[in-house]
Ligand binder design. Structure first.
Ligand code: PLP
Length: 397
């Protein structure tokens, strides 16, 4: 018959895309929309990285490469894992792929069998459940409540483990909350993972973007036993303003790396040859542009947090990583607007877009249906303008 794949049909289209598309359309009509939806840095890719790519093209480095990536980049990644993350990975433990998203896909294809459960702490990045389901896994959700700093603890993870549990996803710094797990918290989580013999998929895409006195800790660095069970996933999209280049990478056991490499060899062959050369420069070249971007993000972060703190009806915890502010709007949802209870974050987002020309991300698809996400990967003048509008709205309720 002409029926379609049940698995593909069950994929939930990204709700954030609908808002972003509408905001774009309004901008096209000349409406001055402030977009707080951005999931990518607003900076250009640093020049030295662009130049390395141009050089790669001019030198004819435009052919297939080994499926799991070029040696030169694997060496750069091993060095970075050692110096920045304090993890020892050898070359045969590294797989380079077409972005962090693709790395996550590879990971779950490599470790899951049908029915295997994957624990996903909410709030979560909305792609995790879909990636897990596409790899025949079953997402199991636990909640990091606001009172816990939106983080889950070892006891909650232990309580969610069944005989079918295969892995836990751990995202620090976190999208959408901007929270960072401490070494002590990670140690306790590592103990649970080791005791129950489950994998930890450590998504550390935002590892370079931590503000204030907190530091990034990689769970795989906390001992031999947790190292064996962890797949560490990172990339250059967020740290180096390279979202369009599509390079992500993993460090894992040799066995898992082998499986990911062979899956990838049939699905996409190698990651883009030119982008791999650019990534060598990103990791090995001067890091001052990263610092400049970080300082700018930090200024915006402080400004945004202060402003929201002083508004009625909404609140937020101070984020210390990534470039998002996770805003509790539960009190706003109880209010009436134009004679109707607002009720849902989708409704709130459409009011803000239609009547205040501000695009925000409703977080139902991130597992928290009374929160919205504001990105500060836009200029400070835009942030100021957008927050003025949000303030006007909440004060009118
Ligand atoms: N992990 C998290 C938590 C993210 O927020 C993102 C991008 O939004 C990714 C992974 C994927 O990054 P990439 O653009 O490299 O696929």
């Amino acid at each position: 018959s002409l029926s379609l794949s049940r698995k593909a049909s069950a994929v939930k289209p990204s709700s954030t895309l609908a808002i972003t598309a509408k905001a774009k359309e309004m901008k096209g009509q000349g409406i001055d929309v402030v977009g707080f939806g951005a999931g990518e840095p607003d900076f250009n890719t640093p020049d030295n990285i662009n130049k390395a790519a141009i050089q790669a093209i001019n030198e004819g480095f435009t052919k297939y490469t080994p499926a799991s990536g070029i040696l030169e980049l694997k060496e750069a990644i091993c060095r970075k894992f050692k110096s920045f993350n304090n993890i020892d990975y050898k070359l045969n433990q590294i797989v380079i792929s077409n972005g962090g998203k693709h790395s996550l896909t590879n990971i779950f294809e490599a470790i899951l069998n049908p029915g295997d459960e994957v624990i996903i702490p909410a709030p979560y990045w909305l792609s995790y459940p879909e990636i897990v389901k596409l790899a025949d896994g079953v997402p199991v959700y636990i909640r990091g409540e606001k009172e816990q700093g939106y983080k889950v603890n070892a006891e909650q993870i232990q309580a969610a483990i069944t005989e079918n549990t295969k892995a836990l996803i751990l995202n620090t710094p976190n999208n959408p909350t901007g929270m960072v797990y401490s070494k002590e918290e990670l140690k306790a989580i590592a103990d649970v993972a080791v005791k129950n013999d489950i994998y930890v998929v450590a998504d550390e895409m935002y590892e370079n973007l931590i503000y204030g006195s907190e530091e990034h800790v990689s769970i795989a660095s906390l001992g031999e036993e947790i190292y064996k069970r962890t797949i560490t996933c990172s990339g250059v999209a967020k740290s180096y303003a390279m979202t369009g280049w599509r390079i992500g990478y993993t460090g894992s056991s040799v066995e898992i790396a082998k499986l990911m490499g062979s899956v990838q060899s049939h699905q996409t062959s190698n990651p883009n040859s030119i982008a791999q050369k650019a990534t060598v420069e990103a990791l090995n070249g001067p890091q001052d542009t990263v610092e400049i971007m970080k300082e700018e993000f930090d200024k915006r972060r402080k400004y945004m947090y202060e402003r929201v703190l002083n508004m009625p009806l909404i609140s937020a915890l101070e984020p210390t990583g990534a470039f998002y502010l996770f805003v509790d709007v539960s009190d706003v949802l109880k209010k009436e607007y134009k004679g109707e209870v607002i009720g849902t974050t989708e409704k709130l987002a459409s009011i803000l877009l239609d009547d205040y020309a501000v695009a925000v991300i409703p977080c139902g698809d991130f597992g928290f249906d009374d929160h919205i996400r504001l990105s500060y990967a836009i200029s400070i003048t835009q942030i100021e303008k957008g927050l003025d509008r949000i303030e006007k709205f909440v004060k009118s309720l």
